[in-house]
Design a protein around this ligand. Sequence first.
Ligand SMILES: [Zn+2]
Length: 439
Amino acid sequence: MAQVFVLDTNKQPLAPVHPGRARLLLKQGKAAVYRRYPFTLILKSTVMQPTCSPLRVKIDPGSKTTGLALVNDASGEVVWAAELTHRGEQIKRALDKRRAARRSRRQRTTRYRPPRFQNRHKRKGTLPPSLESRVSNVVTWVRRLARLCPVSAISQELVRFDMQTEDHPEITGVEYQQGTLFGYEVREYVLLKWNHQCAYCDARDVPLELEHVHPRSRNGSNRVSNLTLACTACNRCKDTQDIRDFLAHDPARLARILAQVKTPLRDAAAVNMTRWVLYERLMALGLPVEVGSGGLTKYNRVTRGLPKTHWLDAVCVGKSTPEQVKIRGIVPLQIVATGHGSRQMCGVDKHGFPRTGPKQAKRVRGFQTGDLVRAVVRSGARQGTYVGKAAVRTRGSFNITTAQGTVTDIHHRWCRLIARADGYTYQQGKEEAALPPTA
Ligand SMILES: [Zn+2]
């Protein structure tokens, strides 16, 4: 089961405990809830010399979702796992909208002002805002975890495949062997080079097989420069034919494949900028950072018989992955990045004209939009108990979004804060959704 983080009274991180033990600590009054998400207790006493086995934060960065896992290398136990959904798309949309609004404003009202954009430049190493947010999300979570439990190392998936392993110094001139780690690296490479589609019929999202352009039975080599991708049907159809016979009816495709198969993948295509920036930021945290390739992750996952999910990919990142991975009962915490509100001073319509009044204070009666609250309404039409995210209104009555839907106009005097808005929303697997509103 996912364990519960524990701090001592000086906020010193201690070894995470089993949820049963956490329940006991709370019941005996020895601890209090420190954070709801991830669930953390704070003891009411000091622990002088805590005994904790070090944990490793493992990260599988993705463009939409990043897998996070805390693993005890010594015991192979997964202590905690999460899947972090980024908001890159949202940010891009918001910026596009802002750009359009500013452009139309310049046409309408500020056209006689001299341009002021000529002195603008980007500092070196600046990422576009949508990518920057992904990197920041991950760094935020690593730092948070390091405050809540004894983290001693970080593992990150850095590249998709690693052709420069010591045993295989070069990408060309190397035999690939089915079933070995290197086979996984080759497969990742070929998948990326041929754009995840069948070279003969452009089929996508179907099982793809490695295919020898010059067939093995006719002395074709096993080198990467003789490999492409084919769907099962095309592979069977081509069989041991020479590619020139097989594609005699489609000379354009034949020429394209023959040209591409000899061209190695350019470095730029294989290197993911965001991951490198993330790597540098993680290094700056001062913990040892281990890096792994996507091929190694897949190899680790398949040899341990684990299904493909973001958090299990994270568990399998890097050479440090334990032989036996204990994942029983782990339900990953679903984390969705929501941001911290808007900087726009007032809403605009589709023509860029102000649609709302100026923005009001963010905090109303001690609450702000995004806070997790529990409202016990004792009288009136909306009598009942509601737990959910509040959206504040200046008039002092809030909307509360619960698992069952949104209730409007709940006066602030009924509300009690459970957790402050921190730029993320959380869902603990399916168990949380099943909770009744009076939980
Ligand atoms: Zn095909």
